[in-house]
Write a protein that binds this ligand. Structure first.
Ligand code: P6P
Length: 331
């Protein structure tokens, strides 16, 4: 496999994440090490969560936590555990001033007032799949704070449009665990080697095929789709595309990233604004998609241009191969 593209100094497959971060740190303006450390902190927390997921079936950490999150969704024990792991890692790392999380109603102020960065995170997306051993994922965005360092974090720091992201990524806890991220110079994927405790560069310079033959959408909601979405799904069927939807966004997104395809969560009767959250699901994957040559819209406009109004704002989400997203967004 070719050495990493889009990075100043190509590294051979087999390099580890730490070395990759240091080698490419100069690619990032204001490179003074804080962002590198922040990415390491996220990667470390991912290792801990990975271990807990892998042991979930043997410990009593599966199942429902017995409470609902701010979304009104039943929290799983691992949701709560993952949220704690990532929040603690980011607080201890010292590079993050505040976090917004799917699992927390309000902004989590980490009391690192000198820190430059804000993180938006879905600590464990697709968690309802945990008990049936289906792949799940962590999704994250990183922004520079806008208000003066040293002062209190402001709402303007967290409600930034996705185009302001300085980095984004996901961790896929699947048949293997992968850490995939971008700092705006392309997308690189690292496969976790548990016996070494290292993420190893396995997918340098990831590029999403410009078209594909896979569509991912919950057809159980078909009757309440907007007419344009019904029309696009019918087109996919006329073309004998493959329907692949496993109810876990990161897994569906990652497969489409590698093979080409489109994931759609449109507005439905149950979710008039779509189900997915702009700040810690859509913007993150939109940056990854665009950096890999793909596209992400809300069915009308570029997702990363949307000015957020609330922390847990939902938007319709069309993401994947550019030609497919363009067609689905203009049909
Ligand atoms: P539905 C998981 O809850 C999630 O946020 C995504 O991972 C997944 O693609 C979607 O919701 C599944 O939602 O309504 O199709 O079950």
């Amino acid at each position: 496999m070719p050495a990493a593209e889009n990075s100043r100094i190509a590294l051979p497959v087999g390099s580890n994440l730490d070395r990759f971060i240091m080698t490419n740190q100069e690619d990032f303006p204001f490179a003074s090490g804080e962002l590198s450390q922040l990415i390491r902190d996220l990667a470390y927390a991912g290792k801990v969560v990975n271990r807990e997921i892998n042991m979930a079936g043997l410990s009593n950490i599966t199942g429902a936590y017995g409470a609902e999150n701010v979304q009104g969704e039943e929290q799983q024990n691992l949701d709560v555990a993952a949220n704690i792991r990532f929040s603690r890692a980011l607080k201890k790392g010292g590079e993050v001033a505040a976090v917004i999380s799917e699992e927390e109603e309000d902004i989590i102020d980490l009391n690192n007032p000198r820190a430059k960065y804000i993180v938006a995170i879905d600590p464990l997306d697709g968690s309802s799949n945990i008990d049936v051993n289906v792949s799940i994922g962590t999704i994250f965005s990183i922004y520079r704070r806008l208000s003066p360092q040293g002062g209190p974090v402001q709402m303007e720091d967290v409600l930034q449009p996705g185009k302001n992201q300085v980095a984004a990524g996901y961790i896929l806890y699947g048949s293997s665990t992968m850490f995939v991220y971008t700092t705006g110079n392309g997308v690189n994927g690292f496969t976790y080697e548990p016996t070494l405790g290292e993420y190893i560069l396995s997918h340098p310079g990831m590029q999403m095929p410009e078209t594909g033959k896979i569509y991912s959408i919950n057809e159980g909601n078909y009757n309440s789709y907007p007419e344009s979405v019904k029309k696009y799904v019918s087109l996919c069927k006329d073309r004998s595309y493959s329907a692949r939807y496993i109810g876990s966004l990161v897994a569906d997104f990652h497969r489409n990233m590698l093979k080409g395809g489109i994931y759609i969560y449109p507005s439905t009767s149950k979710s008039p604004n779509g189900k997915l959250r702009l700040m810690y699901e859509c913007n993150c994957l939109a940056m990854i998609a665009e950096q890999a040559g793909g596209m992400a819209t809300d069915g009308v406009q570029r997702v990363m241009d949307i000015k957020p109004e609330t922390l847990h704002q939902r938007v319709p989400f069309f993401v994947g191969s550019t030609k497919m997203v363009e067609e689905a967004s203009t049909i």
